[in-house]
Design a protein around this ligand. Structure first.
Ligand code: DQA
Length: 149
């Protein structure tokens, strides 16, 4: 079983009550539970972390090296501001799938730019919590391709 880290950033601890018309009514605990269960069904052991602090997210990414085979990252608003998180993704040399619940490209201009996309394997946005499940499937396929190659 590959270990996968699902890492959520600022304000995502408020899921379920935070602007539910944008982010849905599922709580973070519910989303994480779905990730663990779906991961298990496709042979991935999922661990979930959340922090509101950029430095803690950096530490979590650094710590993922050698422990996890891949990372699913919703960095919240740091997506649009954090060169440090982009550099961390480049540095750890792990496949990172960037996830956003909302379609960031259909929202305010300042959300259109993601620094993380430069370093990520790919980006999934606009599908709500289902995006995390899609990201797990994408990582599974990516890891299978890597093993085959
Ligand atoms: C988000 C989109 C970001 O622009 C926003 O700052 C978030 C959540 C999303 O999941 O849609 O906090 O990453």
């Amino acid at each position: 079983m590959h270990n996968i880290l699902v890492l959520n950033g600022p304000n995502l601890n408020l899921l379920g009550t935070r602007q539910p018309e944008v982010y849905g009514r599922e709580t973070l605990a519910m989303v994480e539970q779905r990730c663990v269960e779906h991961g298990h069904s496709i042979g991935l052991s999922v661990r979930c972390e959340q922090s509101n602090h950029e430095g803690a997210l950096l530490d979590a990414l650094h710590g993922a090296r050698g422990v996890y085979a891949g990372v699913i990252l919703n960095a919240g608003a740091y997506t649009h501001t954090s060169i440090a998180l982009m550099d961390a993704i480049f540095s750890i040399e792990l496949p990172v799938v960037e996830v956003h619940l909302s379609n960031i490209h259909a929202r305010e201009d300042f959300r259109h730019r993601s620094y993380l996309s430069r370093a990520a394997l790919g980006q999934i946005c606009g599908f709500g919590a289902q995006g995390y499940i899609m990201a797990l499937d994408a990582l599974r396929a990516h890891l299978d391709e890597d093993n085959a190659g």
